[in-house]
Design a protein around this ligand. Structure first.
Ligand code: PMP
Length: 407
């Protein structure tokens, strides 16, 4: 196992070593997308330079090599999530497509009038809109688990909203807007007791720690490659075999069929049934490379470092009366969402950028929770393991400077 040395780790990420607006870049927008270690960039380069070809169909050497690496990447993801079978790993474009796949393939065939879908008030739009569309199409109803003023799920309300009509519970594992870590194992247990199927949105959990889908016992788990230090345009849906087998295909086309005639089409086996069209082969192989990169380390050390950064940030914020923290959950990932009292988030974001500090501002694709807190949006600094305490300092120095313009 590789030692976690911050300087060595930072050296693995070429993008971090540059000036933005003539200042050294401080990249604190990791919840939006993470940076890529050199091995991921090199894997993409090697793939396109040496073995690029279409998978599963060519009777030639490069196609065999590409297919082997593509399927081996699936096994890497299987181990990453501790899934029971590699055919339970379906390649998608990302979390959004994974959730839409379930809404379409599971939802349209299994849900009808009177059925209920339960989500939470802190969901990303990707875990709201597909269910609204499904509800419109099927006559099912969308219900919402409320969030407390401390940005935690109201678990009593959750239990009250669960009923024999609840067919699906879809919950974010870690909130991108608030950082809240939700008790997804308990949620899954209780949802199962009520007979519901559970989907977890793991977009913000997989970047921080190892997820074990068999331990969580969730039915579906979704995540995006680009948030776990891999490329954009590749993502994963994990699903339990029994459910995936019952589901209808998501899209029609090549690869997902066994045999096509004009009268009738029979579908391919798992996971190919859900993978119509040429997939993002290079992306899948490079995602496996990102996972291999993470697996070199004891990830507990990486997340402990992120928690140090978060604690240092929260302590300094607590001592500053001009800062309003949004998201006070006890169990919280490295997300610092806040408002500078009297300043618009966007103005602050621009002033920070002028000092080389990259943060995100706005509603973070979670408008309903912004509405609940009666704010238009926040400024969000989000950490990855390659961030440093010096960067936290630089963030606060930049913030002080911005205040002289804004307050
Ligand atoms: N869910 C959560 C919690 C997210 O943070 C994001 C990305 N911001 C998504 C879903 C959507 O991910 P993607 O855009 O990669 O599909």
């Amino acid at each position: 196992q590789r030692r976690f040395d911050l300087a060595e780790v930072r050296a693995d990420f070429p993008i971090l070593h540059q000036q933005v607006k003539s200042k050294p870049l401080v990249y604190l927008d990791n919840a939006a997308t993470t940076q890529k270690p050199r091995c991921v960039i090199e894997t993409l380069n090697r793939y396109y330079s040496t073995i690029n070809s279409n998978v599963h169909r060519g009777a030639h050497t490069l196609s065999d090599l590409a297919t082997r690496e593509f399927e081996s990447a699936r096994e890497t993801v299987q181990r990453f999530l501790n899934a029971a079978h590699s055919h339970e790993i379906i390649w998608t474009r990302g979390t959004t497509e994974s959730i839409n796949l379930v809404a379409h393939s599971f939802g349209l065939s299994q849900l009808g009038k009177g059925d209920e879908i339960l989500i939470t008030a802190m969901e990303h739009h990707s875990n709201i809109v597909p269910w609204q569309l499904l509800a419109q199409q099927t006559g099912a109803t969308l219900k919402v688990i409320p969030v407390t003023s401390d940005a935690e799920l109201d678990m009593d309300a959750f239990e009250k909203r669960l009923s024999e009509n609840t067919k699906l519970v879809s919950v974010v594992h870690v909130s991108n807007a608030l950082g809240t870590i939700n008790p997804v194992k308990t949620i899954t247990q209780k949802a199962h007791q009520a007979g519901a199927v559970v989907l977890l949105d793991g977009a913000q959990a997989t970047p921080h720690w190892d997820v074990d889908v068999q331990d969580l016992d969730c039915d579906f788990y979704a995540f995006s490659g680009h948030k776990v230090f891999g490329p954009t345009g590749i993502g994963v849906l994990y699903g339990k075999t029994t459910l995936l087998e019952k589901m209808t295909p998501y899209q029609g086309g090549g690869e997902m069929i066994e045999r096509v005639t004009f009268e009738k089409t029979t579908f391919n086996t798992l996971p190919y049934k859900f993978e119509a069209g040429t997939p993002n082969i290079g992306g899948a192989i490079a995602l496996a490379s990102a996972i291999d990169y993470l697996k070199q380390f004891d990830r507990n050390l990486l997340v402990a470092h992120e928690q140090n950064l978060l604690q240092a940030t929260l302590e300094r914020a607590a001592a500053d009366p001009t800062i309003q923290l949004i998201g006070k959950a006890r169990d919280k990932a490295g997300v610092f969402s806040f408002l500078l009292k009297g300043a618009h988030p966007h103005d602050l974001g621009t002033l920070l950028d002028q000092q080389g500090v990259a943060v995100r501002t706005g509603h973070h694709c979670a408008m309903p929770i912004m509405d609940q807190f009666a704010i238009p949006g926040t400024v969000r600094a989000s950490f990855a393991f390659y961030n440093t305490l010096q960067e936290v300092d630089r963030f606060f120095v930049a913030l002080e400077k911005a205040k002289t313009f804004l307050l």
